[in-house]
Design a protein around this ligand. Structure first.
Ligand SMILES: CC(C)(COP(=O)(O)OP(=O)(O)OC[C@H]1O[C@@H](n2cnc3c(N)ncnc32)[C@H](O)[C@@H]1OP(=O)(O)O)[C@@H](O)C(=O)NCCC(=O)NCCS
Length: 157
């Protein structure tokens, strides 16, 4: 598996994965083009299995917003989970943030997203605060809480 910076040739596969992983609120391919167009303020990495040319199994993005960077997204193909790809993508983002001079990274995640909260917790993120009822349910179900998490960057992690 290779971790590399995303380019426009990856966008169709990223958008297809996005629709599968986030069926209710997927970013469109046009939104992803706009994200890449914001480089170097934004940085996107893809995990490429390289089987039969290029085969994306995950992607992650960062907003390099000065001394505190924001994780925009981390997503791994459901068929490739539990193999360390999410951790590798996150570590890649941390390296990019550090190289850009950030001293911390922040993100927002649904409190009931156990795999993601587990991933972030295992990589040094701490909960700064909870935003109660932040994620409304279009189907009328109960709203879900968001966790705002933050990790200090140092030379090790
Ligand atoms: C969150 C996600 C990226 C994790 O990807 P992954 O490649 O399966 O994660 P990894 O294999 O690298 O796991 C790394 C660590 O994350 C945590 N983790 C991963 N899956 C977990 C789960 N189902 N429950 C709890 N913790 C989990 C563990 O700490 C794990 O370390 P360990 O394997 O040593 O126990 C993946 O589940 C995903 O794409 N989810 C849907 C998209 C999403 O919700 N993204 C976050 C939006 S904020």
């Amino acid at each position: 598996m290779q971790l590399r910076e995303a380019d426009w040739r990856d966008l169709a596969m990223m958008a297809a994965l996005e629709r599968e992983i986030f069926p209710d609120d997927a970013w469109s391919e046009a939104t992803m083009w706009a994200e890449l167009a914001m480089r170097p303020r934004r940085a996107y990495l893809v995990a490429d299995d390289g089987v039969g040319g290029s085969s994306l199994v995950g992607y992650a993005g960062l907003d390099l917003a000065g001394d505190v960077a924001d994780v925009m997204t981390v997503a791994v193909d459901p068929r490739a989970r539990g193999r360390g790809l999410g951790a590798a993508l996150l570590a890649g983002l941390h390296g990019l943030a550090r190289d850009a001079g950030s001293r911390a990274v922040m993100l927002e995640v649904r409190a009931d997203n156990e795999p993601a909260v587990g991933l972030y917790g295992a990589h040094g993120y701490e909960v700064l605060r909870t935003r109660r009822g932040y994620y409304g349910d279009p189907a009328g179900g109960p709203a879900r809480d968001a966790l705002i998490m933050r990790k200090e960057l140092d030379e090790n992690g």
